[in-house]
Ligand binder design. Structure first.
Ligand SMILES: Nc1ncnc2c1ncn2[C@@H]1O[C@H](COP(=O)(O)OP(=O)(O)OP(=O)(O)O)[C@@H](O)[C@H]1O
Ligand SMILES: CC(C)(CO)[C@@H](O)C(=O)[O-]
Ligand code: BAL
Length: 305
């Protein structure tokens, strides 16, 4: 396999894409934060079947992490990622060192109290005094589920994905359903802002024992990894029991299993697959969503019904 072109600069990335697209070549984009695993590779395989060329972006976006979150310990291994991307065969890897402008003419810290109020959540990007001011908010879908405990997360994701779309200008972009709410937020943003990009949601890839693959799994101690199996096991049991039990009982079953294993629940919800509103009874396609902590690692998972 030939090595992908490694591009670090925004204007080079845009020029690379435009020179191909003007010849009628179609592009797929797979946005990632690196430390690639089989979940990412599944997105890439799907991408390769949908477009002529595939671009993978690797960028750990400070705009989606609150200062209290794990930006500084997020795992990375660019050399390993490039080896994996070479063997699967992608055409370009966009790995910018920075995607945001710096605070040359805007003193964010000076305005912080007046724009957001001192107590309002800011991201690690703003905490570092960035000059970036423009945020995309998908106002309803960003609330609830992960949005409750990660109040700056979806505005950071929507904004950085919009930046990536403007830089790479893909025809199609792929997102994993492990991050279900993220996928729905991006679909809504693309619709609302008229991006001419097809969004594809790709099924969750799991380890042989059922744990959803995630870059953060590497930070689990062996005993925490064992405990974390309670997430998928209880989701699968709830799926089987869905016809016999109420939503309240299904959620209780999942919460009990995860708590008994030693996990700390962030949320367990049963929501409409499209609008992500919690349901009391299952009368439409729903998704059971979980977020739970094992030590200092927060994992998410879900199962569609
Ligand atoms: N197990 C998986 N199955 C399918 N898609 C996945 C899986 N894990 C990640 N993805 C998708 O890969 C893309 C990039 O995700 P990211 O780089 O944040 O990896 P991650 O494993 O989700 O990391 P994290 O540990 O932060 O959750 C996202 O669209 C995400 O939904
Ligand atoms: C979509 C994304 C690359 C935006 O930073 C990130 O949230 C992720 O990897 O899921
Ligand atoms: N895959 C989600 C990225 C994050 O948790 O920041």
């Amino acid at each position: 396999m030939s090595e992908p072109e490694v591009i670090r600069d925004k204007s080079q990335m845009r020029a690379w894409s435009r020179s191909r697209r003007c010849n009628g070549i179609t592009l797929a984009l797979v946005p990632t934060m690196g430390f690639l695993h089989e979940g990412h590779l599944s997105l890439i395989r799907t991408a390769k079947a949908l477009a002529d060329l595939t671009v993978v972006s690797i960028y750990v976006n400070p705009g989606q992490f609150a200062p209290s979150e794990d930006l500084s310990t997020y795992p990375s291994d660019l050399a390993g990622d490039l080896r994996k991307l070479t063997s699967i065969g992608v055409d370009a890897v966009f790995c910018p060192t920075e995607l945001y402008h710096s605070a040359s003419d805007t003193d964010f810290t000076r305005h912080r109290g007046t724009i957001y109020g001192e107590s309002e959540a800011v991201s690690s990007l703003e905490d570092g005094g960035s000059g970036h001011q423009t945020w995309i908010r998908v106002e309803t879908l960003e609330k609830g589920l992960c949005g409750t405990s990660r109040p700056v997360f979806f505005r950071g994701v929507a904004t950085v994905v919009a930046k990536l779309f403007n830089i790479v200008e893909p025809d199609v972009a792929l997102f994993g359903k492990k991050d279900y709410q993220q996928w729905r937020v991006i679909c809504q943003m693309v619709r609302d802002l008229d991006f001419d990009i097809k969004i594809i949601g790709v099924d969750i890839v799991r380890e042989a024992d059922g744990l959803a693959m995630s870059s953060r799994n590497v930070r689990l101690l062996p005993e925490q990894r064992e405990m974390a199996l309670s997430i998928n096991k209880s989701l699968s049991r709830a799926k089987v029991a869905a016809r016999q039990k109420s939503c309240h009982e299904l959620k209780a079953l999942i919460m009990q299993a995860i708590s008994e294993s030693g996990g700390k629940i962030d949320y367990v919800e049963i929501v409409d697959q499209l609008n992500l509103r919690p349901v009391e009874e299952i009368s439409c396609p729903v998704v059971l969503c979980v977020a739970a902590w094992f030590g200092n690692v927060r994992l998410i998972d879900n199962i569609e019904l």
